[in-house]
Design a protein around this ligand. Sequence first.
Ligand code: NAG
Ligand code: NAG
Ligand code: NAG
Ligand code: NAG
Length: 450
Amino acid sequence: MASSSSLHSLLFCFLSLLFSLSTAQSSFRPKALGIRVSKDASTLQYYTTLAQRTPPVPIKLAIDLGGEFLWVDCENAFNSSTKNPVPCRSARCNLSGSKACTSNPNPSDDVCVEFPHNPFISTTTSGDFSQDILYIQSTDGKNPTKIVSVAKFLFSCAPTSLLEGLVSGAVGVAGLGWNKVSMPSLFSAAFSFPRKFAVCLSPSTKEETFGAVFLGDGPYILLPGIDVSKSLTYTPLIRNPVSLVTSSAGEASAEYFIGVKSVKINGKPVALNTTLLSIDSEGYGGTKISTVNPYTVLETSIYNAVVDAFVKELGNKVSKVAAVSPFGSCFSSKNIGSTRTGPAVPPIDLVLQHENVYWRVFGANSMVRVSEDVLCLGAVDGGPLRFVDWGVKFTPTAIVIGGHQIEDNLLQFDLAASRLGFSSSLLLRQTSCSNFNFTLLRIRWNFNYT
Ligand SMILES: *[C@@H]1O[C@H](CO)[C@@H](O)[C@H](O)[C@H]1NC(C)=O
Ligand SMILES: *[C@@H]1O[C@H](CO)[C@@H](O)[C@H](O)[C@H]1NC(C)=O
Ligand SMILES: *[C@@H]1O[C@H](CO)[C@@H](O)[C@H](O)[C@H]1NC(C)=O
Ligand SMILES: *[C@@H]1O[C@H](CO)[C@@H](O)[C@H](O)[C@H]1NC(C)=O
């Protein structure tokens, strides 16, 4: 039973949310939106909470950078007077690229069908494509500003069973992918701002520490007043022409790939089979960025080459110790110093479109501390690129840059210009992703959602 004090604080929060909504001027047009992002200690998933429906309720959502759209469990306790299905053969149904509809005696009752995907358990179901009001916090790039709403925000319904494997309490997945119906695209269309968004994840799993997702253009200002959007390096975003998750054959992937041409450790090139680094005609190979994989996943031959080179560059003062799952390469931290950017280990450079354009990965992002005196290289052997046998894992993507590797880095996805801006480690600049000002947000969105 809920205690009266938690009921009281819940009520207070609803009232303050409603108050801020009713005082929002209708002419207010935000330049950008900012949502705070937490990391769950047990699943290592990143998640956020928005408000949806009439009356509004908080919805906790796991974040999927490459997800196609927002999907929400509509089977359990979905009460809203403003929810409507998207009709089949409508412009909004077309927008999603949906190729399916329900079929009814009266064709005008046909509803657009989508295929929500849970990337954490690699499962896809089907669901009605729907729309309802969604509330989100706006920002001026520095501080949170008003809460704004989009009246008919598109999402897919999903059965309750699709919530399996999500962070506790989550009712769906926030898809930030590269298509017309992903959350960044829909918000940009709703508020007429550039089709850009930025992700800045915090490694902390502490309750009051947050990273952020910004929807819209910069500035992205971190305390103490550093505008990270001013110092990004850019590389083209690459579209994988073959989606490996959707059920519709021939559909392009909504995931974000970049063109890693080679890998250097301590400035020295690692010998790799570079064929694996390009996406082939079936969608296999290449390098993508993921918030679903907590650590970087490498195809076996790349994994072995990277580990060998890394061990060599670490030198013989550092001793190898027994591997700690899921990692295959762990070390005693005794002779590893520490720096502003984490453990003092050889930097790993992902070389991009040109020899002098690279993403440098420092110790804080390459190493994972598994115990007081053991550090592991934060990469996982994903197996070969293709299916070889049942029970043998494989990774269709040669390099999956996972959550740990992008924490405390700001990544800006510019969908219109097809390019990624990246900051490398913000720790170098004596700031971090938890340094956005979420003061106001904390007051207004302090729902009790356990
Ligand atoms: C949703 O509505 C139904 C029927 O009106 C009601 O029985 C139920 O308690 C409501 N659930 C919530 C979570 O408000
Ligand atoms: C949806 O797409 C189909 C096929 O491309 C087209 O015939 C139809 O006119 C479109 N409907 C709307 C409402 O845009
Ligand atoms: C954070 O934002 C709030 C609300 O806009 C503002 O009152 C406060 O001064 C800001 N804090 C800092 C350190 O900028
Ligand atoms: C490199 O990878 C490609 C694609 O998997 C494979 O066909 C080829 O045999 C590999 N080359 C070497 C030298 O291992």
